[in-house]
Design a protein around this ligand. Sequence first.
Ligand SMILES: Nc1ncnc2c1ncn2[C@@H]1O[C@H](COP(=O)(O)OP(=O)(O)OP(=O)(O)O)[C@@H](O)[C@H]1O
Ligand SMILES: [Mg+2]
Length: 336
Amino acid sequence: MLALDDVWTRLPTAAGPLSAVRGVSLDLYSNETVGLVGESGSGKSMLGRTILNILPDGARVSGSIRYQGKDVRADPRAANGWRGVEIAMIFQNPMTSLNPVRTIGKQIIDPIRHHLGLAQREAADRAMDLLNQVGVSAARQRLGQYPHELSGGMRQRVAIAIALSCDPKVLIADEPTTALDVTVQKQVLDLMESLQERFRMAILLITHDLGVVAGRADRVAVMYAGEIVEMAQTADLFAQMQHPYTRALLDSVPRLDDPPHVRRPSLAGRPPNLALPLVGCPFQPRCANQQPDCAVEVPALVSVPECSRSFSCHHPVGVHGTVVGGEGRAGHAAAE
Ligand SMILES: Nc1ncnc2c1ncn2[C@@H]1O[C@H](COP(=O)(O)OP(=O)(O)OP(=O)(O)O)[C@@H](O)[C@H]1O
Ligand SMILES: [Mg+2]
């Protein structure tokens, strides 16, 4: 459905261009969910926004982004045709994606009429049905309301309904359920899954919640400093990880069998400044597994075809077995 090859996104800042996305290659197939994880600032949202070309003024993108074989950046039909409709995005902050001066009804019904060619009444019925499905109560009244009249959770649900309204083939869901309580979170994720089954939708699920990833994603991509540093089938990644950053990320998650009052290790230090040139491995200053070569040589992305895994690390933990950032079960599994 979607093929990214060596995608770079550079954003203008006072300190010079900041490389928010650095050489990302990623394929997304129909009917699959890829979880995209990584700490704050790693470039997850910018990657999603790059696919849809919703970037700050002056941003520069390079590399190739193909949707069903069509070049998303070069095809003139992309802008008002399928980009944003067939490839839809649920934004991290629903307040910025909803238009404050248009009613919910206009924002959800107009695209349905325009893109699916439905009459006003049918489009309104479809809108109300979608709002019900994402847990918006009193859907008919909501159509006449403005975003500021809704709570944060309601706005998030409306944004989800809009993204799903024209049966997208690719859904980029950026923290879609962060503002929602767990029961609604389950409802929304179930709805996304049922639409996926019906329309064979490909989903890029950006989330901080590794529990959501474990339960919902077929594959996981781990992002650090604008790069995908490890990618694998979900079960394989949780059973054994190769990149020390993946290990540290998973080890920081509390587990039910943790002893009480014992803190999980958190990863010390900060990600690198992406406005400065990077030398060597971007994770090296924080990595407990580092060796002298890490500071000078950029690790290449290594593919392990037999288990469809790839990672970029000179000294992967799965091979060397040094525990990074804690003694979690996942850590032991990898060390063994
Ligand atoms: N408008 C902007 N101008 C310049 N730099 C930006 C802008 N927005 C984000 N950045 C920078 O781009 C990098 C990637 O940010 P991004 O929002 O994609 O991170 P993220 O992984 O989505 O984080 P989070 O988990 O907090 O949502 C960060 O270094 C951030 O500071
Ligand atoms: Mg983000």
